[in-house]
Design a protein. Structure first.
Length: 260
């Protein structure tokens, strides 16, 4: 949440800051950490303008058949906090997806700018700093809450084939609809709604080829092909609230597994 910082000597109030801006302000280009874990490899590197970027590669990673999954956190947190407190590497591992997982800094409040407005620059930074060649498969964008703004700007990238939006349909409906309607594409948009369920239903009603689920299936429940491959899927959450959707540890693995 935005807070006001007070100078200790002059008593003056400075500009509002946020978790993301605070982390970016103390991040340097020289930061680089590499961890080889039992279940995969974790890399964290710093950038001056956009803060840290986390990269996770599962132990059974195969680049020739892998996809790229980019996760964007929501408001009230920073990328380092989300990685730690939401146990993202464990959730990525539990999905069983053969993917290169990338987690950059994202907006943590309405006043924050989009820190990576160009998706290609993020991908180039990962290849250069983490020394990892990007997979040949498509890009999956997975975002929570306020991540929708960044994701909407990334939709024109030719490699983006799937968007999994977790209680994040707060706006930019026109951009998401236009992306779904690209002639000849196999684009897929999956919406999980709690606070945003009404907006998701609005989008569903305006598209005939869509599927709506009234409740979240349990982890690793298989979906029929007609649902798994539908262009637009809306799932209503009653068991998990806005934050539990990403902190409970079950939804993200299920999404990545069910809509693989």
């Amino acid at each position: 949440m935005a807070v006001l910082a007070q100078a200790p000597d002059a008593g003056a109030v400075t500009e509002p800051t946020t978790p993301a801006l605070e982390l970016i302000g103390r991040t340097t280009e020289s930061e680089y950490v590499e961890q080889l874990l039992d279940d995969g490899k974790h890399i964290r590197f710093g950038t001056t303008e956009n803060g840290p970027v986390h990269v996770w590669r599962p132990r059974n990673y195969r680049s020739d058949t892998a996809v790229t999954v980019i996760y964007l956190h929501g408001f009230f947190t920073s990328v380092d906090q989300a990685m730690r407190e939401h146990q993202l590497t464990s959730q990525f591992r539990d999905s069983g997806r053969n993917a290169l997982f990338i987690v950059p800094e994202a907006r943590s409040w309405r006043t924050d700018p989009v820190f990576w407005p160009e998706l290609e620059k993020l991908l180039v930074a990962v290849e250069k700093r983490a020394r990892l060649k990007r997979p040949k498969g498509p890009i999956v964008l997975l975002g929570h809450s306020g991540a929708y703004r960044t994701i909407a700007g990334w939709l024109p990238h030719q490699s983006v084939g799937q968007v999994l939006l977790v209680d994040g349909m707060y706006g930019n409906e026109a951009e998401f609809k236009q992306w779904l309607d690209v002639p000849g594409s196999t684009h897929q948009l999956v919406l999980v709604g709690f606070d945003t369920q009404q907006r998701a239903e609005w989008l569903i009603k305006r598209r005939a080829a869509s599927v709506q689920l009234d409740t979240l299936p349990w982890l690793y429940d298989e979906l029929p092909p007609a649902i798994r491959k539908a262009a637009l899927v809306s799932v209503q959450s009653e068991r998990l609230d806005h934050m539990q959707l990403v902190t409970d540890g079950r939804l993200l693995p299920w999404l990545l597994h069910a809509f693989r």
